[in-house]
Design a protein around this ligand. Sequence first.
Ligand SMILES: [Zn+2]
Length: 308
Amino acid sequence: MSIIAVDLGGTNLKVGVVDGATVSSVQSVESHSHRGAAAALERLAGVIGGYDLTGVTGIGLALPTLIDSRNARVMVSMKGKFEGLHEIDFQQWSQSKFGRPIKIENDAHAALLGEWKHGAARGGRNVGMITLGTGIGTSIMIEGRLLRGRHSQAGNLAGHFVIDPAGFPCVCGGRGCAEAQQHLSAMSQIAAADKRFAASPLSQTKTLDYAAIFKSAESDPLAHDLRDRAIGVWGAVVTSMINQFDCEQVIVGGGIMRSADVIMPALQAAAGRACTPWGTAQIHPAALGDHAALLGMAVLLNEQFEYV
Ligand SMILES: [Zn+2]
């Protein structure tokens, strides 16, 4: 019994066949998110149509936005990123294209379920997941159940804990959210306003990103400060997640984890600052990389997974 799992990211669209703990025939193509939802789904249908669907019982689609998983609908389309997704009837789309049922879910929820079933959170029942990328994706499991809430947004928005009410404007419409404070547009503004910027190697990079910041952090004081500033924001999210959701462990994923040697000790220290009289929550790097969300979608399709 296998499923076709899809991780529809803002940059890449990943598709694979999931059978138990095995992910095979993975393809990754550009998702062209700026072209809107209809173009993305057409592209996706073309990729899925290239697979042999014999023995495939369903389609699982992980998406980087808030999802009403009860009704397989996207709750909000982000501006400039798959615009129009909230208008799509995914069940109808999947049945008409492939004759298969579909489940859709937020990508952080999917990654948490993948890590819980096969990766770093195996055996856990009270787990937080944080994915560090352009934004901050989060998901929470409480007593073995995925936190969803009345409006399907509980646990997904820990990246929008407000850590500076007078801070940078955020994509959510708020101000000073953790996500906004660590966003590369904020880092660019801070860097450009710093008197050390002209002498910094960061002024030579075409677009400022975390790869450049981490690369120069040991030799350049400005890069060092920006790195520590970002780690401070991520640590604040980790401490707040543990305080608010009673996590016993937090799994950290995302491309930035290539610098896990610097990030992980700082996040473990942040866990130590949480108010947890029972002990200390443990911070673990994600184990499944790009496959976590694909494996998590199989959990949702194949098991009666409980939400709260
Ligand atoms: Zn926000």
